[in-house]
Design a protein. Sequence first.
Length: 128
Amino acid sequence: MQFIPYGKQSIDQDDIDAVVEVLTSDYLTTGPKVKEFEEKIANYCGAKYCVSVANGTGALHLASLVLLQKDDKVLTTPNSFLATSNSILYAGAKPIFVDIAKDGNIDLDLCEEELKKDNTIKAIYAVS
């Protein structure tokens, strides 16, 4: 079985230079680079606005609070960082765990089976 690395980054010199530029500027978290990033992402997505957050956990919590209501059901996989299911619980919703496929991603066939059994499922958090 092939080992799937968890958390392996790909960082090149351009990434390092960009971080150094921000670290040596007057702004670390709310400066012009944040605005530039949000504008570029919004434009890329064809959206009017974009809100950036510090990490994936914050993004999942924000998305869950916006999209989910109390007792909503969400399909996800237990083979993920704890923040995935925690964000569902944080919003008052209920995670329904679906196993992964051989490629390590959520098993879409099992998702389809769950959706056929329960048409009240609100979302699928298909993280890998």
